[in-house]
Design a protein around this ligand. Structure first.
Ligand code: DGL
Length: 269
């Protein structure tokens, strides 16, 4: 394990969406250096097989370990659903945190958690990873899942609060209308962009919206503090992508809330 305080945190995703996690980590841990990898050549992962996602995820893990990261955050829900155990094994003593565990802990942390809704990509929903993760802690909880594949392209297009976004959401969120869920986990990197509109479409202000990006940022702060690895003196953010750095830079503002300057291209295998 890299036990240097100044070592960077590694965050990775299938593409740009994981910048929502990077944004939350920067807010919670402004003194940390971060290395981000977005697999823009091979995105989306959400429609690929588990085997393929695992192979890609392990290549990225090796890349981050070579960069000397002190912790790895799996920002991608699809990767968390398909490859978490393999990544933990490959990372050895470098701690690995993932958005599914973080989102689960946040949902269970609320007093009312007997009916939990989860929205995610097809791969995440089909894997039932959220269901398993929630039932490990709370076997009685009712977990209602819904895949929302059209939300990723809508978010990248910036259509997060127009009529098309609202109509799409109202179709996807229909199953939750009759079920009266206590909370709804945003189980995909792109969904925090719909955070304002979802309560309006759900027409239920009591449902707690759970953003896994915030949850993983808090967990990583706790974990680094326990390991005595917090850094107060950094703050550098370096991005690597596998294709189209310009497009990544153009879209970054939407997901990160600020412009990006340091983006390099690197091929992995
Ligand atoms: N990053 C993915 C996730 O959180 C969404 C985009 C994709 O399908 O690759 O599941």
């Amino acid at each position: 394990m890299n036990t240097s305080h100044s070592a960077p945190i590694g965050i990775f995703d299938s593409g740009i969406g994981g910048l929502t996690v990077a944004k939350a980590v920067m807010k919670a841990l402004p003194g940390e250096d971060i290395i981000y990898f977005g697999d823009t050549a091979r995105v989306p992962y959400g429609i690929k097989s588990e085997e393929t996602v695992r192979m890609y995820a392990l290549q990225i893990t090796r890349f981050l370990l070579e960069k000397g990261v002190k912790m790895i955050l799996i920002a991608c829900n699809t990767v968390s659903a398909s490859a978490k155990e393999e990544i933990i094994q490959a990372a050895g003593d470098v701690p690995v945190l993932d958005v599914i565990t973080a989102g689960t802990q946040a949902a269970i942390g609320f007093d009312n958690h007997s009916r939990i809704g989860v929205i995610g990509t097809l791969a995440t929903v089909n894997s039932k990873a959220y269901e398993r993760s929630i039932h490990e802690i709370e076997p009685q909880a009712d977990v209602i899942q819904q895949a929302c594949p059209l939300l990723v392209p809508l978010a990248e297009e910036g259509w997060v609060d127009n009529e098309i976004a609202k109509q799409t959401l109202s179709i996807y969120l229909k199953p939750f209308e009759s079920k009266k869920i206590d909370s709804l986990i945003l189980g995909c990197t792109h969904y925090p962009l719909f955070k304002e509109v979802i309560p309006e479409v759900l027409q239920d202000s009591d449902t707690i919206i759970i953003d896994s990006a915030d949850s993983i940022a808090l967990t990583s702060k706790q974990r680094l503090s326990e390991l005595d690895l917090l850094n107060q003196n950094g703050g550098k953010f370096q991005c690597f992508v596998s294709d189209r750095p310009q497009r990544f830079q153009e879209l970054a503002e939407r997901f990160l809330g600020r412009d990006l300057t340091d983006v390099s291209v690197i091929g992995l295998n």
